[in-house]
Design a protein. Structure first.
Length: 320
């Protein structure tokens, strides 16, 4: 019994996330959400959790994570079109391909830190975007995107409607649990040490670069899984999946929610997608202006994002 209680205490946030996510089809329409948007939110929850492992725990800001998202999406689409409509082999191959690409990019970019690392990752992402638009357009579809995919299947189950939502939600819960395990592992400790003082860590004889590369690859694998699931959600791959704005949105989601918390970026992703697809209808063309003001207020007054606001409220009620 004590072991079970300990497991629940350690993974309380995972259980809360699972409860909220699995009941989403029931309460989400009550606040103006619609079917399909909840699935997209789950996809981006996977994306931002992996991104937070890199940014929040090692302090390395990547502006090129769209590369892994887009490469996995294109690979998944090509697998569905040319190999099988079963999503399992398509997802596996997509994650492997993107992960291998991330190893190469990581080896080249992690030699630099700060803004130089960020610009290098952005440059690689833009290279892949340019390739998708020109050199590889006979496979990617260029500006028109990759279309003509069959209905994705999970063995004999059609990936449509609720089946897609619950499959992606299950994967999101699992990946959040894995991220929490990484956070509490020796690797997670090394991540935080790198962010705190990388030079001091290296003086102790630890190969910090190895852990940086491992974190970068894990983060890229999360992005790749999200990209593959995006095609399961909507059998279409656009060149914008590789665009710089895709990486920019992930950064904004993470900062608004609160980097280094895992939960915060997921809140940021849910807020951003809800704002963009629901609240923007009432705001019209001014929605980007309002979003920019919200982002500015959060950065200035709540550097820790929504999670800082939650912590402040908890502290206030605890004092009372």
């Amino acid at each position: 019994m004590k072991m079970q209680q300990g497991f629940f205490e350690r993974n309380r946030s995972v259980f809360i996330f699972a409860l909220i996510a699995l009941t989403m089809p029931f309460w989400f329409p009550l606040i103006g959400g619609y079917s399909g948007l909840d699935t997209k939110i789950m996809v981006f929850c996977i994306f931002v959790v992996g991104f937070d492992l890199l940014l929040g725990y090692t302090g390395y800001l990547s502006f090129g994570h769209a590369a892994f998202f887009g490469i996995a999406a294109y690979t998944t689409g090509l697998m569905l079109k040319g190999f099988s409509d079963n999503i399992i082999p398509a997802i596996i191959v997509a994650v492997i391909v993107s992960t291998l690409v991330s190893v190469v990019i990581g080896l080249l970019t992690l030699k630099r830190t700060g803004i130089y690392f960020s610009i290098l990752t952005l440059a690689f992402a833009e290279m892949f975007h340019s390739m998708a638009m020109a050199m590889l357009q006979q496979w990617t579809g260029g500006e028109n995107g990759l279309t003509g995919m069959p209905t994705p299947m999970l063995f004999s189950i059609k990936m449509q409607g609720d089946a897609v939502f619950y499959f992606i939600t299950f994967v999101a819960i699992l990946m959040f649990y894995v991220a929490k395990r990484i956070e509490r592992s020796p690797v997670g400790l090394m991540m935080r040490a790198i962010k705190c003082n990388q030079t001091r860590l290296e003086y102790t004889g630890i190969n910090a670069r190895k852990y940086k590369l491992l974190t970068f690859v894990i983060s890229a694998a999360y992005a790749a899984l999200a990209g593959a699931l995006m095609v399961v959600y909507e059998p279409f791959v656009g060149h914008e999946f590789l665009g710089w704005h895709q990486s920019g949105e992930i950064v904004i989601m993470s900062v608004i929610g609160g980097v280094g918390t895992l939960v915060g970026p997921m809140l940021g992703a849910a807020f951003m997608l809800y704002f963009e697809n629901v609240l923007s209808v009432d705001l019209g063309e001014q929605w980007l202006l309002v979003l920019g003001m919200i982002f500015m207020v959060v950065v200035i007054f709540m550097p820790g994002g929504f999670m800082e606001a939650v912590s402040r409220l908890q502290a206030r009620f605890t004092q009372k």
